[in-house]
Design a binder for this molecule. Structure first.
Ligand SMILES: [Zn+2]
Length: 149
């Protein structure tokens, strides 16, 4: 199979602007050290990350609730070949954990050596503030479970 001829073009910088009007409280919560979810006032379904409208009963009456952040690791993967937006990061681990409150969360798993990661280990979802002002959330092991610090 012959390859198509190509020329190298300029690289493209992409920056995403994500509308947050209905979830601003969530981002503010992270800055205050809180992990917030929304709970449907009509049917009680809990959402993390928070959503403005309930996908189960279509209600828009949602309450904000603070989560403990504590959960158990369900699955994880190491990301070596990174997407463009994370190309400057070291290889990282993405994990899914089931939180005490019954919702699953997806986030980077930090502060733990790869060899110490075990399915079922206790993790806590914590806010992370970057030096450029961005906020996100990451998992960190519960104390005594293979902490790398
Ligand atoms: Zn609902």
């Amino acid at each position: 199979m012959s390859e198509l001829p190509v020329i190298n073009s300029r690289s493209l910088e992409l920056s995403y602007k994500i509308p947050i009007s209905k979830t601003k409280r969530f981002w503010d919560g992270l800055k205050e050290g809180k992990i917030l979810a929304t709970k449907c006032r009509r049917c009680g379904k809990l959402y993390f990350p928070p959503v403005a409208d309930c996908g189960a009963c279509y209600s828009s009456y949602m309450d904000w609730v603070e989560l403990s952040g504590e959960g158990r690791l369900v699955t994880y993967t190491h990301v070596i070949v990174k997407p463009a937006s994370f190309r400057d990061e070291q290889p990282y681990t993405v994990a899914v954990a089931e939180l005490k409150e019954g919702v699953k969360a997806l986030a980077w798993l930090t502060n733990v050596k790869r060899k110490d990661i075990k399915i079922g280990m206790g993790v806590r979802l914590v806010p992370k503030q970057f030096t450029d002002g961005r906020v996100a959330y990451v998992f960190t092991p519960l104390t005594g479970e293979g902490r790398d610090q």
